[in-house]
Design a binder for this molecule. Structure first.
Ligand SMILES: [Ca+2]
Ligand SMILES: [Ca+2]
Ligand SMILES: [Ca+2]
Length: 380
């Protein structure tokens, strides 16, 4: 995973600088265009044919011969047992590893299963003693969130890739838009106002009935949440919470950065009935605050009564939360806040370590209007 530091100017009456560590190249969204919303019969085995090529690979591989490709057949039974065979040809060199990973098209993610070869690297299969997919991973398979990745010496991150898509899922475009203004955040100490920039953040499609995995555990923040909530730094999240994906490049921009008034992030997910969306984005003029869905499972429904959700999300369905990792200063002025602090992860410890809404912690903030608008658009 490549990362770098990016400096940028925030919005407001003063010019403020701060630095975020940002993951590069994690936000294109050229998902495929499968359709249909039905979960398959859980008692059946599903089989999928997959084409692997360099065009799906992230980052873009180097020195790939013309015609480098692969084909695979993969089956998942009702218990999550995976059977798969992958054949590869015309690679730059012998394939060194082949894995099934978890991430949507256009993203990279962690290894789920490692394959083995008996013929020196031309044909790979899932070994008989490989662990079965968990219920959560079966959900990832159904929504098209698993992929084959073939590694070579010349392309250690991967030379050819093939997304495994059973064709069960609906694709949704998710838009997070900053609708704050110069007058949104009241600064009582000097009787001024500021806008509320929002940071790159994380999202996850999941089926957990009780809570978004992004927010677990609830008695203290995971490392991914702490980094986003304090510094807008998305880098630790995917390792901290498997299945996490990142949004970081504003619409119309070519590089990662925050969004001020009028700015937006967009990303595409695939989902099947019963899947939900969790997300977090930093309330930047704070020590450790973020917006996230705030209903019983901290997630937005993507289907209701089996039908894809469409339109603007009710503003009551998300709210400002506190990660419980840094003591709170006055929003928009605190010396330990990301816009002014000397280094990331700087600030006094939070006396209340709970991951909870401001309301739930007995806290509040003075805003003159809304900051975030969320829109869900199913793709035809
Ligand atoms: Ca706090
Ligand atoms: Ca901290
Ligand atoms: Ca801080």
């Amino acid at each position: 995973m490549t990362s770098r530091s990016t400096s940028f100017t925030t919005y407001g009456k003063r010019t403020l600088f701060f630095t975020l560590l940002l993951t590069l190249g994690a936000c294109s969204s050229d998902d495929n265009n499968s359709s249909g919303t039905q979960m398959p019969d859980p008692g059946s085995t599903q089989s999928v044919s997959v084409t692997l090529n360099a065009a799906q690979e992230i980052p873009v591989p180097v020195n790939v011969p013309e015609g480098a490709s692969g084909t695979a057949e993969v089956s998942v039974d009702e218990n999550g047992v995976v059977t798969a065979t992958v054949g590869v040809s015309n690679l730059s060199d012998t394939a060194t590893m082949v894995h099934i990973h978890r991430a949507f098209a256009g993203q990279t993610g962690p290894v789920v299963i490692g394959l083995t070869t008996d013929d020196g690297g031309s044909t790979w299969s899932v070994p008989a003693d490989a662990p079965a997919l968990t219920e959560d991973q079966i959900g990832a398979f159904n929504r098209g969130e698993l992929y084959f990745n073939v590694h070579t010496a010349a392309n250690m991150p991967g030379e050819i890739r093939g997304q495994i898509d059973p064709g069960n899922a609906t694709a949704f475009t998710i838009r997070l838009e900053n609708i704050s203004t110069e007058e949104t955040l009241n600064i009582a100490s000097n009787n001024t106002t500021q806008p509320v920039p929002l940071s790159p953040g994380a999202y996850i499609v999941h089926r957990n009935p009780a809570d978004s995995p992004l927010l677990l555990p609830r008695d203290s923040a995971n490392a991914g949440l702490e980094a986003v909530a304090e510094d807008g730094n998305t880098t630790p999240y995917p390792a901290a919470v498997p299945g996490t994906a990142i949004f970081n490049t504003p619409v119309g921009d070519s590089a990662p950065g925050p969004i001020g008034p009028g700015g937006a992030y967009e990303f595409t997910v695939q989902a099947v009935d019963g899947d939900k969306l969790g997300f977090v984005t930093m309330f930047i003029p704070s020590n450790d605050w973020f917006y996230t869905p705030t209903d019983a499972d901290n997630s937005l429904d993507l289907f209701i009564d089996g039908q894809p959700v469409s339109g603007e999300v009710n503003a009551a369905d998300f709210a400002i939360w506190d990660a419980g990792t840094e003591a709170d200063e006055e929003p928009g002025t605190g010396a330990s806040q990301v816009q002014r602090q000397s280094a990331p992860d700087t600030g006094a410890a939070d006396p209340d370590t709970r991951v909870s809404s401001l309301n739930g912690r007995g806290q509040s903030v003075s805003l003159n209007g809304p900051v975030l608008r969320v829109t869900i658009t199913p793709q035809p």
